[in-house]
Design a protein around this ligand. Structure first.
Ligand SMILES: Cc1cc2nc3c(=O)[nH]c(=O)nc-3n(C[C@H](O)[C@H](O)[C@H](O)COP(=O)(O)O)c2cc1C
Length: 559
């Protein structure tokens, strides 16, 4: 069987260097006659990776050993515990890491990716290229010799004919000029700054026009570095709201004069490009169907079906679970909590809009319950702005408390960056504030007691709650209890001390009960679109009462 000569080139890039290198390599592979796309890892339909035979990954490291944003979903998928260890047996691959050895976690993302691909059965054509920005020759010092070896390996494996591609260059982008009617265009306002066009606002939370007010050099003239202090002013007197951790992204604009000059040059050279024309840019797609070797086809189809099934897991679990609203929750946990216990949680707590004084008080008390948590005034922020800010600040859980006439009545825990989001109703809230002379609350990390979380859903709920707390020191005197009785989770907090031979336990509050009513697989700003992992459907209760968190009662109620 004649196999297509093909390689997919996928990048994870935060500031475009890896993307540029990936596109450069992709051009060379075209000239060598190889087909296949170049894409950000997150843009590649990952379930198709099992059909691929050759892949090259160009992967930067950002943050402190973190993977770039445009490979996060891809990476999360690869980390799924339920992927069989032979998922990628057909794949031969290379990983190019772009990093900087002045960071502790040098090329961490590339190293982790290489290791995970090996675990999934893929075979490396070469060791990872660990390119170092600190080298005198930059990344090229490692990249150039590594690529020579890589092309040689590809040549041996795929019998590349170097002449084949020379005349058959496949462009990266397909561009078409749309010569729109000038009056229609100006009516639509499409000639305005592109960043303010209605279709682009998603990418820019609150774009604002600014002008440079001052631009002064902060280093001495004789110093080789020219470091500038720029200050900006708003043009339309808007108020700019920002909070710690916000990222300020500057998009310089071309001046009107420069734009007019450019169109003047087009006109002088009889190039038919007018300011009101639009350029439509599409990715150039080659043929999509990759022939699979006969021996592998059966296995590939089975794997594909399995992946498709798992992608629809929550939907199907709802069906399988019948009226309970889905009980097949264990598989859908993936590894949202894979760093739990390794990295401490970082929690942001806020309220619904215009909170009452009592709700604010309750949030203060919650802040003391969760170590490493902060309160945030809800203000007029949209949920998407809040979640965006939390993600940018590595918040692991975002908690929102709602109220009904001053009584806290629900608590939503949204795990970041991707979910799940669990919603609980609250009842029987007794605040510390309501108990006179209650004394200060310990700030030690608490030990946790979970009582009677026995079903899959119970264990899932326990994880959601458990990973809000960092690992305590063994000698911590603070204990928090989540005790499930008949699907009501009682929250209690105690400290203990030795009094002679006895242990003295004091409750320190607050007290409340929680009842789970929904787990969604997304985050709060996009809940509508998220799959429902589990939902309480009380109206479908049967005569025999069902319990969801445990088959057992929890404890005997006093008469
Ligand atoms: C904010 C920031 C954090 C970085 N963290 C790391 C790191 O932890 N480890 C590392 O090897 N390189 C690190 N780097 C260096 C980048 O990986 C390197 O500059 C790379 O070329 C960036 O590629 P990209 O432009 O495709 O994102 C960091 C760079 C920046 C700007």
């Amino acid at each position: 069987m004649c196999m297509a000569k093909r390689i997919v080139i996928l990048y994870g890039s935060q500031t475009y260097t890896s993307q540029e290198i990936a596109e450069r390599i992709w051009r060379t592979t075209k000239i060598l006659g190889l087909k296949g796309p170049v894409q950000a890892m997150d843009d590649f339909p990952i379930s198709k990776l099992i059909h691929e035979q050759y892949a090259l990954f160009v992967c930067a490291t950002t943050g402190e050993g973190d993977e770039p944003d445009n490979m996060k979903a891809f990476w999360k998928f690869l980390l799924r515990k339920n992927l069989p260890s032979n998922s990628l047996v057909n794949l031969k691959f290379g990983v190019i890491g772009l990093g900087d050895s002045s960071y502790d976690k040098f090329n961490f993302a590339a190293k982790k990716l290489h290791k995970r691909l090996l675990q999934l059965g893929a075979q490396p054509l070469l060791d990872t290229a660990l390119c170092d920005y600190q080298h005198d020759l930059g990344h090229d010092a490692v990249l150039i010799p590594w690529l020579e070896k890589f092309y040689a390996k590809l040549n041996t494996a795929q019998k590349i004919d170097p002449n084949i591609g020379v005349t058959k260059f496949v462009p990266r982008w397909k561009t078409t000029i749309i010569k729109n009617n000038i009056t229609m265009m100006s009516e639509c306002g499409l000639n305005k700054d592109m960043y303010f066009g209605s279709t682009n606002t998603d990418h820019f939370v609150n774009p604002i026009y600014l002008e440079i007010e001052s631009n002064s050099r902060t280093t001495h003239e004789s110093h080789f570095q020219d470091v500038r202090l720029l200050s900006f002013k708003t043009v339309h007197k808007e108020k700019i709201n920002y909070c710690p951790g916000d990222v300020f992204n500057i998009r310089p604009r071309n001046s009107k004069d420069d734009i007019e000059d450019l169109f003047g040059i087009f006109e002088t050279h009889n190039i038919d490009i007018k300011p009101h024309y639009m350029l439509n840019i599409e990715e150039y797609h080659e043929e999509e169907n990759i022939p699979i070797h006969g021996d592998l086809r059966k296995e590939a189809i089975a794997l594909q079906q399995r992946l498709e099934f798992e992608d629809k897991g929550p939907e199907k679990s709802a069906v399988i679970g019948g009226f309970s609203g889905g009980v097949n929750t264990l598989n859908s946990q993936d590894d949202e909590y894979r760093y739990a216990g390794v990295e401490d949680p970082k929690i942001m707590i806020t309220t619904s809009r215009e909170p009452s004084a009592r709700l604010k008080m309750f949030v203060k008390e919650l802040r003391l319950i969760f170590p490493n948590s902060q309160r945030m005034n809800r203000g007029g922020y949209e949920m998407s702005q809040l979640i965006h800010a939390c993600r940018a600040n590595d918040v692991t859980d975002f908690i929102v408390v709602h109220e009904h006439r001053g009584v806290p009545d629900s608590l939503v825990i949204c795990h970041l960056p991707y979910g799940p989001t669990a919603s609980f109703t609250l009842s029987g809230v007794v605040m510390r504030h309501d108990i006179p002379d209650i004394g200060p609350m310990s700030e030690q990390y608490p030990h946790l007691i979970f009582h009677n979380f026995k079903t899959d859903l119970g264990i899932r709920t326990m994880s959601i709650l458990k990973y809000l707390f960092p690992v305590p020191k063994p000698d911590s005197k603070r204990v928090i209890t989540f005790a499930n009785n008949d699907d009501y989770i009682c929250f209690r907090q105690h400290t203990h001390k030795k009094a002679g031979k006895e242990i003295e336990l004091s409750e320190v509050g607050p007290r409340f009960q929680m009842k789970l009513y929904e787990i969604k697989l997304g985050t709060l700003e996009a809940l509508e679109a998220a799959d429902t992992e589990w939902a309480l459907r009380p109206y479908m209760n049967t005569a025999a009462k069902r319990r969801f968190l445990s088959e057992e009662d929890g404890w005997q109620e006093e008469e």
